[in-house]
Design a protein around this ligand. Sequence first.
Ligand code: FE
Ligand code: CA
Length: 511
Amino acid sequence: MTGIPRRHFLVASLASAALAAPFGIVRGAPVGFSADPYTLGIASGCPRADSVILWTRLAPRPLEDGGMTDAPVEVEWQVAEDDKFARIVAHGTERATAELAHSVHAEARGLQPDRVYWYRFRAGTAVSPIGRTRTAPAGHKARVRFAFASCQQYEQGWFSAYRDMAARDLDLVVHLGDYIYERSWGSHHVREHGVGIPTTLPEYRNRYALYKGDADLQAAHAAFPWLSIWDDHEVMDDYANDRSYTVRDPQLFLKIRAAAYQAYYEHMPLPSSMRPRGPDATIYEHYRFGDVMDVLLLDDRQFRSASACVNGGRPTWIVPCAERLDEARTMLGGAQEKWFDDRLGNCRARWTVVAQQTLMAQDRRGAEDGDRYWMDGWDGYPNARRRLLDALAAHKTRNPIVIGGDRHAFHAASLKRDFTRHDEPTIATEFVGTSITSEGPGETTTRKATADNPNLAFVRGDRRGYATVELDAKTCTVGFEAVDDVKDIKSGVKRLATFVVEDGTRGPKAA
Ligand code: FE
Ligand code: CA
């Protein structure tokens, strides 16, 4: 299969590139570390045409609350046009504090559009590995390539998908949630969390530290800028706003959510403007990639209505009650719905990518007692889904492509205003990646899904991996990239299926 080429462009060697240009003098006392403080790697994210966020966290003993004292540490950062740092174009100093687990969120400004840059950090005498990033294009560009991923339960497999991703030639990675899992589950673990479900800030930090210690995940961060949104497992399985079936007291749950949101912020390349305030955080955002792509990132967890028809219990496959069809039910909340509508009016590029957490297409499962739906997804909020699709139609949004995760299965789908009428025009095309590692539904289940839902063109839950997307003036090409064996630390990755959407058309076509 053809696809986005793997350049073998030596992410591993980034770390060992010669340090030609020395850092300047750092103010304050020199800091020594008993061990390498960059155990969690480095990352970049939120690329704009003239800026990018640079991230690291000082953690010489990552699984023991980081191993830092309470003292703040000055961290110097540099951005260069070359990997030898001969031409430094931006630099600065950030204060890493214990309050934020000695994480660094530096905004490098004044950069040129659509450029590859190299970056590194220094704290005292400790210099970080070198990362590569790329600003967003402005104006005309021939092509944008990105990968999207989700659902990386640490115990259930190796992150070989990220090793494969890191070797490709991409402008961007989009992560759609379940970056960590709060609980142990699944069969045939290849490694263990070793501790129980986190509920406090130190416990969530240690969970991120465990996951981010993975070399393949670090390589994918070091190779490309990321855009990231969370789903449920960054906090608690299937939570909805302030409701959780495991922690039934909303006030107690919001304390846990505050800890989880802060830990997420501390470990992601997000701007300091996205720092949570208690249990509240704004992660939905609009990014532009020249005339090729607008990306609208949504948060469908924090503001959604409580799961319908389950009386505070776990939202699963059920025959729903009337509450499901309540017009007031929301996935995004009123403010985000208004923001989305406003942003759609400001999208100018050829392709409009709506990046959200889960499967948007209807997935009805016929049963003897009636049609069953997965109440944690958009099927539990059909009027909210209809409003979102109505907004795309009302704005005549150019080539809307919805991407999602959560379901641990590859999906290619057509999104309809009324899914019961397959002859209705398709409003948007949807692609859901499988999981990086998390177990998915078997073949019997996915065969039933495609049989019961003509809008689902393709469903495969037996393979792990991620998706690649290539956008140009004529075509959106989506590759479903599947890991050969997620339990094999050396596993390769092969293209499982390819779909295209031609400019001006709707719906996936097998290629
Ligand atoms: Fe998941
Ligand atoms: Ca999920």
